[in-house]
Design a protein. Structure first.
Length: 586
């Protein structure tokens, strides 16, 4: 059973102004914010680019390429961070006066991840002289070597953890390199390239480039809509610097100053642009953008972001919407198949579920296995890798993993790779998400070795599901004022979680809406106010039972409908306190 725990609030002095309520002070303190200064989300609070490694060398190479009119190719990745990074780099270079800047993004199904020798060959055919990787490249040793042999220079911009050996690139800009002085190690790929372009603009301004070329100096804030989307989509921790980037990007989007592609993505997702939140970026816009890379070609998503005409952008966003619906159908099929695989697991004596799960199904689509792994991880509360065939021969498998707190997935793969050479063909990723390729014949070996590693590094208590809440709300806190206060205090996200609360409620009414969601009328225990609440996609058993009292974990939300705002509870977790076995009448 999932444990509901209260988020600890440090017993240390804080320094907030008098207009910050005691509730908000506790919420901030529980997230490491100790003073009102840390709540400043103005652009003046952004960290300087000067602490990034190789930033001077990277901008020097870019300036030389601009002045010489060299062919610059941006090498992207096929997820939302990669797409926003690519669109930002290309649009910024063109705004700076680059006459010959384009991009290449690997097709997931033909070339795989990153700057591979095959992608370098394509770049060579396109006449590239300078390659700039975004959201990839730190592990592309062979690709950079191939580019060097062909006389191309390579600038690597990335945020992934480096291996023992770095690529022999002309410059490597990565905030997590050993010895890097940049304060925000949590930058997404789009954040890194934003800083590179900001540094390039500063260099070009110092050297009178814009005056000489007769170009109006671009405003870097115009690219923050892309930074906000890519940062939230990549689920990197929202440290103070990332919160500034996301907040400022959201403000531009809400004000209607975003690029047409982002506005179109919001519209096809049914979101009100003027009220867009970080959750909308992560759960509505990002999946539609990601669908291109998962099922087709991320160039579709990049072109949507680069589009300057609203009508064309809407057409491209509609195509992404269709791909996303196809992805959702595939995902549902794969979840059913994965559930069957979990039920069929042969457990050892005592029935202990493995500390880490690895599942393979030949019918699975490699573009969706990452989502599948995440959904299964949430269900079983342990690291999960899901695998699909890399091609029709099925001799090689592509795997995507999602982990729990305390078990670093990329480090685990590095350990297995070091101790069992040849087991893993290639791998990369972060603490909570990673990917790899391995021979199909060695899947069972990998499955057992990963579980053995997890048994060594994961304590049994870590395998229990936990929900941290910010406590119970008082009667006067169930209000639109409080909901607006919480909304405006964001952006919320990874590492800076949106406040949620718990409590016991009397159920006045419960009904199924949309086929698989539950709509409630609730009264908090000991109170009188009747509240609307909704739970999206709850466990199927809850759809079929009448509940008289429930304990829930929920967030305050504002339901905007036909010009009116109403308070609504968004339910994340339900535990029946009193359950009747009677079925709900048809």
């Amino acid at each position: 059973m999932t444990r509901i725990l209260r988020r600890p609030v440090p017993d240390e002095p804080t320094d907030f102004s008098a207009d910050v309520s005691a509730r908000m002070q506790a919420i901030y303190a529980a997230r490491g914010v100790r003073s009102g200064q840390d709540l400043d989300r103005t652009l003046a609070r952004l960290e300087s680019f000067h602490g990034l490694p190789d930033i001077e060398r990277a901008t020097e190479l870019l300036e030389e390429a601009l002045r010489a009119g060299r062919r610059i190719l941006v090498i992207g990745d096929y997820d939302a961070d990669g797409a926003t990074s690519t669109a930002l780099a290309v649009s910024a270079l063109r705004a700076f006066g680059a006459r010959n800047a384009g991009y290449l993004v690997p097709n997931r199904f033909e070339y795989g991840y990153g700057l591979t020798p095959e992608i370098v060959e394509l770049a060579g055919h396109a006449g590239a002289e300078l390659l700039v990787t975004v959201d990839n490249g730190i592990s592309s040793l062979d690709g950079v070597a191939a580019a060097n042999r062909l006389g191309m220079q390579v600038i690597v911009t990335d945020h992934h953890l480096p291996g023992e050996t770095l690529p022999d690139a002309a410059a490597i800009v990565n905030p997590v390199l050993r010895g890097a002085q940049f304060p925000s190690r949590a930058c997404a790929g789009v954040g890194v390239i934003f800083y590179v372009m900001a540094a390039l603009r500063a260099r070009l301004r110092t050297h009178d480039w814009f005056v000489q070329e007769g170009i109006a100096e671009p405003t870097m804030a115009n690219f923050l809509d892309l930074v906000a989307l890519g940062t939230v989509a990549d689920v990197v921790p929202l440290d103070r610097n990332n919160r500034v980037l996301v907040y400022q990007g959201l403000q531009r989007i809400r004000a209607g100053r975003a690029r047409p592609g982002i506005i179109a993505l919001a519209e096809v997702a049914g979101r009100d642009v003027a009220r867009l939140s970080s959750a909308d970026l992560g759960f509505a816009l990002a999946p539609r953008l990601n669908a291109a890379g998962r099922l087709d070609d991320m160039s579709l998503g990049i072109e949507c972001l680069l589009c300057t005409h609203p009508i064309e952008a809407r057409q491209q966003a509609q195509r992404l919407e269709e791909l996303n619906k196809e992805r959702q159908n595939l995902q549902e099929e794969m979840l059913v198949q994965a559930g069957e695989a979990l039920d069929a697991l042969t457990l050892p004596a005592g029935g202990a579920v493995p500390h880490a799960l690895s599942l393979y199904e030949q019918r699975w689509h490699q573009g969706v296995i990452g989502i599948l792994a995440g959904r299964l991880r949430d269900r079983v509360h342990r690291p999960v890798f899901t695998f699909a065939p890399a091609d029709e021969s099925a001799q090689t498998l592509k795997g995507s993993g999602r982990s729990i707190a305390g078990y670093h997935l990329r480090d685990a793969l590095a350990r297995l790779d070091a101790m069992h050479p040849g087991l893993i063909e290639k791998f990369g990723g972060h603490a909570r998400a990673a990917g790899l390729s391995l021979p199909a014949a060695r899947f069972a070996e990998f499955r057992d070795l990963l579980d053995a590693d997890a048994c060594e590094f994961i304590a049994p208590d870590q395998l229990r599901g936990e929900l941290l809440t910010d406590g119970e709300l008082a009667a006067e806190e169930f209000s639109l004022k409080m909901a607006c206060q919480l909304r405006d205090a964001g952006p919320w996200g990874q590492g800076f979680p949106e406040p949620c609360f718990d409590g016991t409620f009397e159920v006045l009414d419960k009904r199924i809406v949309g086929g698989r969601h539950l709509k409630f009328s609730l009264v908090p225990e000991g109170q009188e106010q009747e509240l609307e609440a909704i739970a999206f996609n709850p466990d199927a058993v809850l759809l079929e039972r009448r509940m008289e009292r429930i304990r829930i974990v929920y967030r305050l939300d504002i339901n905007h409908w036909r010009g009116r705002d109403r308070l609504q509870l968004m339910i994340d977790h339900i535990e029946p306190v009193t359950v009747s076995a009677r079925m709900i009448p048809a």
